[in-house]
Design a protein around this ligand. Structure first.
Ligand SMILES: C[S@@+](CC[C@H](N)C(=O)[O-])C[C@H]1O[C@@H](n2cnc3c(N)ncnc32)[C@H](O)[C@@H]1O
Length: 491
């Protein structure tokens, strides 16, 4: 069982769970009660149809929906009835509910997330005009879902969710991991995570402490983290976003810890920010974090933000947007450190123990299809396949094109008719990579039917272009490996 206390004692949490189950405060129950369209709109914070469907209702589900999903204040008697056996004084003492003019309202965020319940602090929008407190615990947000979507989902024995907050990553891990450990610096977060676990009938080892301290000398098959990655001077105002480490130090620290934290073959995936320093390549900076760790590495940079926009974003995130002194100090720090921009992306590392690991850091600003985690797993698989073959082995492969692969041509009119300017191979799903290729590669890819060995295709091209086979094979090997890595050609 979890070592941490939830917001209520065990009996209280059982009573709360019973109330939620009895009322059918679940995705299916609410969708049936208010209608699928109202539910879909509610998931996007549009509660008009939800309020209309539950107007004046005093049945337990209607009341729970109005209080916990739509942020309404309801009469004390109806809320007490909706809580079933959970005594109202306990619900109030735990912070689950709070008094407001005209009755009771939610004091914390008790949300339906897929087939789970998740508890966290109420978002800033629920308390307009009030900056978030320093120990605010985030609910499920965009970043949480980005990481959850990008996580490799393969059955493993042990996993660590570092910086668990409300426990959202641990919930997802519970679908494919036998034993889950979740840590956080914040005791408040751990109380929420314990509540989330208990309400969903799950059991996690919950440990308190700074970064790796609670799991020192332990190893896991899988580690995920949505860490407090916000880049700044190292001042902590909000635990959910500030690590107290200057710059992107917290993300570098996680990278350096990988070989002590992972079992052989284990994976570490986390969301990260990294700084773009004048005169330095971001990719070299991030790859440098992993130097000597023995980890294969795939980093995709999804966004690049200028300092002013970055500072605005994070000040507004914590409802501190009105503080020009803080903004100025933060921006001055960026200037002093020659930071021109801040990158955001996904880091996926696998502990292979190799002296010469695979390291790829690249931009991926294009649309990605969900789940990205499947793409990450496939990327490592393809890298393994490629590592296992030398040039001769590569030439023996019978490659096929990815399903839905398209060739796009840009042409301009010339005196001789259409002249092709550029040809681009495009994946129409998954990672949506687009690769500009020359006519020789167009022919080669065109012959990849899944039956003909690459060797034969190269021989045909060599004959057609009167080029020496060995030279052509050698010069095509690089691009073929690249197209396989990106999943445009499949072995
Ligand atoms: C961005 S939130 C992520 C929460 C949740 N895992 C998710 O995916 O939404 C970062 C979490 O890291 C925790 N945290 C902050 N500093 C930490 C530290 N030094 N060590 C461990 N956890 C920390 C915060 O309390 C917070 O719960």
């Amino acid at each position: 069982m979890t070592e941490q206390q939830g917001i209520l004692g065990r009996a209280g949490l059982d009573q709360l769970r019973d109330a939620l189950v009895d009322a059918e405060f679940t995705q299916a129950g609410v969708a049936a009660r208010i209608g699928p369209e109202a539910w879909a709109a509610a998931e996007h914070e549009d509660f008009r149809a939800t309020l209309a469907a539950t107007d004046g209702a005093d049945d337990p589900l209607g009341v729970l929906v109005r209080v916990f999903l739509a942020g309404q204040t309801e009469r004390e008697e109806t809320v007490a009835a909706a809580l079933g056996r959970l005594p109202l004084p306990q619900a109030l003492a735990s912070g689950l509910l709070e008094r407001a003019e005209g009755g009771l309202r939610a004091g914390i965020d008790l949300d339906i997330y897929g087939d789970w319940w998740v508890v966290a602090d109420l978002p800033a929008a629920a308390r307009p005009g009030r900056p978030l407190p320093a120990d605010h615990v985030l609910g499920v947000g965009m970043a949480s879902m980005t990481l959850a979507d990008a996580t490799i989902r393969r059955p493993v024995g042990t996993a660590l969710d570092l910086g668990t907050g409300c426990g959202v990553q641990a919930l997802h891990l519970s679908e494919h991991v036998e034993a889950i450990t979740a840590t956080d610096l914040s005791e408040r977060a751990l109380r929420f995570a314990a509540t989330t676990a208990h309400l969903n009938g799950l059991s996690w080892e919950l440990l308190s402490g700074d970064m790796l301290a609670p799991v020192a000398s332990r190893r896991f098959d899988q580690v995920v983290s949505n860490p407090p990655f916000v880049v700044g001077p190292g001042v902590t105002t909000h635990t959910y976003r500030d690590s107290g480490r200057p710059g992107d130090g917290v993300c570098a620290e996680l990278a350096a810890a990988a070989p002590r934290l992972l079992n052989p073959g284990g994976t570490l995936q986390y969301l990260a920010n990294w700084v773009h320093v004048a005169g330095e390549e971001w990719s070299e900076r991030v790859a440098g974090w992993f130097a000597g760790t023995g980890c294969d590495l795939w980093v995709i940079q999804r966004e690049v933000t200028e300092p002013l926009d970055y500072v605005r974003l994070w000040l507004y995130d914590a409802a501190e947007g009105h503080d020009p002194q803080r903004a100025a100090a933060w921006l001055d720090w960026f200037d002093r450190n020659k930071i021109e921009a801040i990158g955001f992306g996904l880091i996926s590392a696998r502990y292979s123990g190799s002296d010469d690991p695979i390291v790829v850091c690249e931009d991926a600003f294009q649309r990605l299809d969900q789940p990205v985690g499947a793409q990450v797993a496939a990327w490592f698989d393809r890298q393994d396949q490629l590592s296992a073959v030398d040039l001769e082995g590569l030439l023996d492969l019978r490659l096929r094109t990815a399903p839905g692969l398209r060739l796009r041509q840009d042409a301009s009119m010339s005196p001789d008719g259409w002249a092709v300017d550029r040809q681009v191979l495009e994946l129409t799903d998954g990672m949506h990579w687009a690769e500009e290729i020359d006519p020789l590669i167009v022919s080669l890819v065109g012959g990849c039917d899944g039956h003909t060995p690459l060797r034969e295709l190269v021989a045909l091209l060599a004959a057609a272009h009167e080029a020496p086979f060995e030279l052509l094979a050698l010069s095509l090997a690089g691009i073929v490996r690249h197209l396989i890595t990106r999943g445009l050609l499949l072995p």
